[in-house]
Design a protein around this ligand. Structure first.
Ligand code: GLN
Length: 197
């Protein structure tokens, strides 16, 4: 499996490790390529859009011509996992002129809304499709404040969605790449064939 981590900015190495672990759990090997230029995404089977700074990630993927390739990847039905800033970048509307959102996940988000209440927090949350709770790490997380009809909510905190699936895209407000648990990467990339912990 060829996995591309959008690597213009953000926590790239952590995603590379997590996707390798998820693939290993299925006796597959993932070769991971860091995407900083156009021309790489078309060769990838799966993509990861990491956490980081959404305004920077958005600016650079548009400048480098990567943005239309991510859209094409999703139009072809190929999986994407987007986390935190990645969720903001992939959303329908980030309500911030500096984020040219890709519209791949039919949600609107409020950047840093959780952050204003509490900068970072961690919670053990139930996630649809996982047998046991997932330790979710939130860092200046976006709030999902509107969810379109075709979007499946996979997890919520205080009644607010924090993990969603829209077709081939799984997006989380938290950072599954920052724990050793590859189950969210597994949900995103092996949806037919989940490893039950
Ligand atoms: N709040 C950040 C942003 O708006 C995202 C934070 C994160 O990815 N941990 O880009």
């Amino acid at each position: 499996m060829q996995a591309g981590v959008i690597a213009v900015q953000g926590d790239v190495a952590e995603h590379a490790a997590a996707v390798r672990n998820a693939a290993a759990a299925h006796d597959e090997s993932a070769s991971v390529v860091e995407v900083r230029d156009s021309g790489i995404v078309p060769d990838c089977d799966v993509l990861l859009v990491p956490g980081g700074e959404s305004t920077t990630i958005s600016r650079l993927i548009h400048r480098e011509g990567i943005a239309p390739e991510i859209r094409e990847h999703v139009a072809d039905g190929k999986p994407v996992l987007a986390t935190c800033a990645g969720l903001i970048v992939c959303s329908r509307d980030a309500k911030d002129d500096r984020v040219d959102a890709l519209g791949l996940v039919d949600v609107s988000v409020d950047r840093n809304a959780f952050g204003r209440q509490k900068d970072s927090f961690e919670a053990n949350i139930p996630v649809a499709g996982l047998a046991d709770r997932f330790h979710a790490v939130f860092i200046r997380a976006p709030l999902i404040d509107d969810v379109g009809d075709g979007v499946e909510t996979l997890a919520s905190v205080d009644g607010r969605p924090v993990a969603v699936r829209d077709g081939p895209v799984v997006a989380t407000a938290f950072h599954p790449e920052l724990t050793d648990d590859p189950r969210i990467h597994d949900l995103a990339f092996f949806p037919e064939n989940e490893v039950v912990a």
